[in-house]
Design a protein around this ligand. Sequence first.
Ligand code: EPU
Length: 302
Amino acid sequence: MRISEKPVALRLKELGVELRAGVSLSEKTSLGIGGTTDELLLRRFETIPEVMRLLANERIPYRFLGGGTNVLVDDGELPWIVLHLPTSQPGMRVEGNAAYVDAAADLGGMVTFCAKHDLGGMEGLIGVPGSVGGALRMNAGAYGTQIGSYVREVELYRAASGEIETVRGNDIRFDYRHTSFAPDDVMLRVKLELPSKPFKEILAGIRVCNEKRRASQPLNQKSAGCIFKNPAGGSAGRMIDELGLKGHRAGDAMVSDRHANFFINAGTASCADMLRLIDDVRERVHKNFGVELENEVILWKN
Ligand code: EPU
């Protein structure tokens, strides 16, 4: 969607928003897949409600893009613009056992920043790519750690009220790769409470997780992490592997040779290729195991 020629572009500029026209989201996503649209870079938290009101009045559909590491974006000219949250540098600070972090900050950067302040607990999240906001929305987890366990407060823009609100951790439900945030809530900042731990000990835990990850996941290829959620008591990766589907393709979309729940862009895969592969694998798993796999990757298709 193109808005750079519209009068609203001027008003957005006055609000300190930077507009980039005709951006290919294939350059913004870890899968290297995605069509083209205009992009807005929000510079100040305080202006968010006004920017959102403006977009609503002008009936301009939008989506917030974080790290782009868990999203499969449609091909071609996209019918919505993309918004990016503001972040300060380094976007995080520590006070006692509390860490205050911008949603746009890098998740791995947050884990190491806290570690340097002798705050641990999140070692398992070290290799999970993406932004803190994306991790919060999905309750990202790995190696026994889920970010939700440490959340004390989330500051968010609530589209329903049009206001910036602070929600207490106890009032948010964090389940396996699912949270009770409304789909149009926009995470802005989070307060975490973390256990004290000596830096050296945290570092040792981080090393163990990094090694496990390197041994089992295709880290140097274009992917969105695991494509499917694990079914209760089961493993999507193991089932896909047992069906002999490693290396199975639809165009340039391919089931990783290394971990069968990672689907790779092995060249110039389109969203259509990836969706064909996802459907094909889901059907085969259903036919053979009677299990209906649910997407973990978030699909941005209209
Ligand atoms: N397995 C296979 N073949 C494969 C892949 C896995 O046989 O190709 C087997 C493994 O040997 C193991 C079992 O399946 O016995 C589980 O595999 P793994 O330990 O790799 O964990 P996972 O359940 O596949 C989950 C998360 C990952 C997270 C790891 C480590 C989901 C969908 N995936 O993977 O998260 O990194 O545990 O904690 O919950 C993600 O969310 O994108 C993600 C990658």
